[in-house]
Design a protein around this ligand. Structure first.
Ligand code: SF4
Ligand code: SF4
Length: 430
């Protein structure tokens, strides 16, 4: 491959508060206007006609199933998730009620964007951006929980520890993820206090309880672009970014989307697509709910995640995650190649029962591995009940099946606090 023509340069604040800004070059052949990656009217249409719902509710059948598989296959991971859920409970309650907190001062009336950005950076958030809060990305069941009159979104990305992440899939990486969420909840409390001291209200989305998907607003705020792995590729640490949004009525100015060259770079890279153990990633993008994206095949991903500590190979093998966007884009301009592609250092991973998979090698699973219930747990239970009822031999057995069905349905309907995976919404619904 040959050297690429330079297109444009992006200047971003340094990774940590006080660091020098960094310049990221984008090759000419990677340029693509961010506006061409979204059809706004389609986003509105889908949000109105087919509102988004959380995985914890919409796919609750597989959530229950995954919990059982995880306990059998990796009891340590199941234990870790349970501990995490218990540890996070006070933070979760605080996050859910954060919108009720009153301001602690009168607003000055001036623009407070830089005050909030500076405070967030000082606290430890590496990426901070401002945009309109897009209500089209609120889960249907959360609509009443999101406070009205807070029209602006502060997008905040916190870095997850680098070395533990490179051991994915592993308990160590899951612990690092959990630790990042714990930090997020502490930092959000401090930032909300700051916003209130400026005379404004704020409500927090994430960790563990969120309004809905966050990536579209992070893209709008210029903090990265959507990768083929379905994750936000942010400038300093790619998808090793844990995301959080605070909505507010504070007077702020919006940032703009940035062309980092990610969509076209992904077309050339394709490492996550080739390395996914479940073959759950589609290498090519398509239009989905008004967004140009590579849609993940959940029924091929979830069985892998349930068995292998939340998997995450698609994060681990992304060069932008491992090396950062600047070196990756510089290397591409110099060589026309993807930094680390084809090396075991980037692409190798280990699955506990299957061994090590060097670049070019993939595990194999039989069809039964991917058998998984889909849809809502109550619908799946009904289907199961109907087929058992059809096969029942006598009335006594039918009565027993009815009782069993009712008990299980009651338990599903009461189970409003389900561990999905460490990275996902805990599924608290009331
Ligand atoms: S989490 Fe694992 S199985 Fe799922 S898409 Fe990523 S690499 Fe594939
Ligand atoms: S691994 Fe490559 S293709 Fe996948 S998200 Fe990262 S840059 Fe894009």
């Amino acid at each position: 491959m040959a050297r690429r023509r330079f297109g444009h340069e992006i200047t971003r604040p340094g990774r940590k508060h006080g660091d020098e800004p960094v310049n990221i070059p984008v090759a000419k052949d990677l340029e693509k206007p961010p506006a061409s990656l979204r059809r706004d009217q389609e986003v509105t249409f889908y949000a109105r006609e087919y509102p988004l719902e959380s995985f914890a509710l919409e796919q609750s059948a597989s959530v229950e199933w995954a919990d059982g598989i995880r306990r059998e296959f990796s009891p340590e991971t199941a234990e870790l998730y349970e501990e995490f859920q218990e540890d996070m409970r006070p933070a979760l309650e605080w996050i859910r009620a954060s919108g009720d907190l009153e301001p602690t001062a009168e607003p000055s009336g001036g623009d407070v964007t830089e005050s909030i950005r500076g405070k967030a950076r000082e606290l430890g958030y590496s990426e901070v951006g401002f945009t309109r809060f897009d209500r089209r990305y609120v889960y249907k069941a959360r609509r009443d929980d999101v406070r009205r009159g807070l029209p602006h979104a502060i997008c905040l990305a916190l870095e997850q520890e680098h070395s533990a992440t490179q051991t994915i899939p592993s308990i160590e990486a899951e612990e690092a993820q959990g630790e990042t969420y714990r930090r997020q909840s502490e930092l959000a409390a401090a930032l909300v206090e700051h916003i209130r001291s400026l005379g404004y209200r704020a409500q927090v989305s994430g960790p563990t309880w969120q309004f809905g998907p966050m990536i579209p607003m992070f893209v709008d705020a210029g903090l990265g672009q959507l990768g083929v792995n379905g994750q936000l590729l942010s400038p300093h640490f790619g998808s090793r970014a844990r995301l959080q949004i605070i909505i507010t009525d504070a007077r702020v100015s919006y940032d703009k989307p940035v062309d980092y060259g990610v969509p076209k770079f992904c077309e050339i890279c394709q490492v996550c697509f080739m390395r996914c153990p479940g073959r759950a990633i589609q290498g090519q993008r398509l239009w989905y709910r008004g967004v140009d994206k590579a849609k993940l095949i959940a029924k091929r991903c979830r069985p892998v995640m349930a068995r292998y500590s939340g998997c995450g190979v698609c994060m681990k093998t992304c060069p932008i995650q491992k090396y950062g966007m600047k070196p990756v884009m510089e290397y591409y301009i110099e060589t026309g190649e993807v930094l680390g592609k084809g090396t075991d250092n980037l692409e190798g991973y280990e699955l506990p029962d299957k061994g090590y998979f060097a670049a070019g090698k993939l595990p194999r699973f039989d069809t039964a591995f991917f058998d998984m219930p889909t849809g809502r747990a109550e619908d799946h239970l009904m289907e199961e009940f109907q087929s058992k009822l059809d096969a029942a031999l006598d009335d006594a057995e039918k009565d027993r099946l009815w009782r069993e069905y009712r008990e299980r349905l009651e338990s599903i309907m009461q189970n409003h606090s389900t561990v999905v995976d460490m990275g996902m919404d805990l599924g608290v619904w009331e």
